[in-house]
Write a protein that binds this ligand. Structure first.
Ligand SMILES: [Zn+2]
Ligand SMILES: [Zn+2]
Length: 347
């Protein structure tokens, strides 16, 4: 079959690889009908060393079950399924607490990078299929597929940011980042009832979508100027919650400048730094809390799906380009150049 491999920074290729096979009785084989390129794929695209490659890529997908191991009971051949970006058993102590990204099963893992499977491909072996896969009640050619695909990562991740930030109807929220996760953090804050949602982003098309998703204000400025602008919009105090969907140090420092005393910084942008200020002058003196981490999106799929199925929300609007597998290298390039927000892949 054909699959996407990253050989190093800026070097993505689509090549022939062996077809996946069932290895464990709890595995399923899925023929992928929709996958995509993620903002987090752009981190290795910008920095991966050739000696760390080649790596299979892709961790968001919808597909049709082609075969199952003898112990798989919740999905069967022919089912259309969505997979979260982390493999989990959905039964251990951590999964039962809704923290599937800390699943204690030995086969629990993230796709690509750490496991040998990648979703920017024609097919994939799914470990722990009963825990990982969720059946979709639509056909593979449904117009809802782009929105349902966001349940794999970006919608669940934006929602996790808002949940970890404790967003409710009494909360003012700032979202830092106008990528797919930031925009869906806006939608999630709106669904949780936030009274004010300030989106910090510089791309007009993206911030316009952010307004459609529920942003009440947009701040294009960054750094000290951006902090000052948010303070002006909030009576000088900043917001109760800051959802940080970027992962670079300037975004964290911006969050520190914007959050209101007693508030929460909730991070879902994968940190590209090892150390950040947390001491007296940053988190301690104003009684700030720091929350967030890799989103257990599996925990949110059933909760977020009904509003997609009934058409009341359309998170799939974050996809602004569609390509075949052959177009994946160009899709990475376009996302890195910020010509595309998020690229849907139809193998
Ligand atoms: Zn992703
Ligand atoms: Zn588990």
């Amino acid at each position: 079959m054909r699959a996407t491999l990253m050989y190093g920074a800026g070097d993505v290729r689509v090549e022939n690889v062996p077809d996946p096979v069932i290895k464990h009785p709890t595995d399923a084989l899925v023929r992928i009908t929709a996958s995509c390129v993620c903002g987090s794929d752009l981190h290795p695209y910008g920095s991966m060393k050739p000696e760390d490659g080649p790596a299979r890529m892709g961790h968001e997908f919808i597909g049709v079950v082609e075969d199952t191991g003898p112990q798989v009971t919740t999905v069967k051949r022919g089912d259309l399924v969505v997979a979260p970006f982390a493999i989990s058993d959905n039964t251990c102590e951590f999964c039962r607490e809704g923290l599937h990204t800390s699943c204690s099963h030995p086969q629990a893992n993230f796709w690509d990078g750490e496991s040998e499977e990648g979703a920017q491909a024609e097919a994939i072996r799914v470990p722990l299929a009963d825990g990982t896969l969720v059946k979709l009640p639509v056909a593979a050619d449904s117009a809802l597929i782009p929105s349902l695909l966001t349940l794999s990562d970006v919608f669940g991740t934006g929602h996790h940011a808002a949940v970890m930030g404790g967003v409710d109807e009494r909360t003012r929220v700032t979202v830092i980042g106008d990528g797919a996760v930031g925009l869906l953090a806006v939608l999630s804050a709106k669904l949780l009832g936030a009274e004010q949602i300030i989106l910090m982003g510089r791309h007009r098309e993206r911030t316009d979508l952010g307004r459609e998703f529920g942003a009440t204000d947009v701040v294009a400025a960054r750094g000290e100027e951006g902090i000052e602008r948010v303070r002006q919009l909030t009576g000088g105090h900043g917001t109760h919650v800051v959802l940080e969907a970027v992962g670079h140090m300037p975004a964290y420092q911006q969050a520190l400048g914007i959050v209101r005393p007693g508030g929460v910084i909730s991070r879902v942008g994968v940190p590209q730094y090892e150390e950040a200020p947390i001491g007296m002058g940053s988190l301690f003196r104003p009684n700030l809390r720091l929350a967030g981490g890799p989103a257990p999106v599996r925990a949110y799929i059933e909760e977020l799906m009904p509003a997609i199925l009934d058409g009341s929300i359309e998170p799939g609007k974050v996809f602004d380009a569609t390509t075949s597998l052959d177009g994946v290298p160009a899709g990475y390039r376009d996302m890195a150049d910020r010509k595309s927000l998020k690229v849907l892949v139809k193998p």
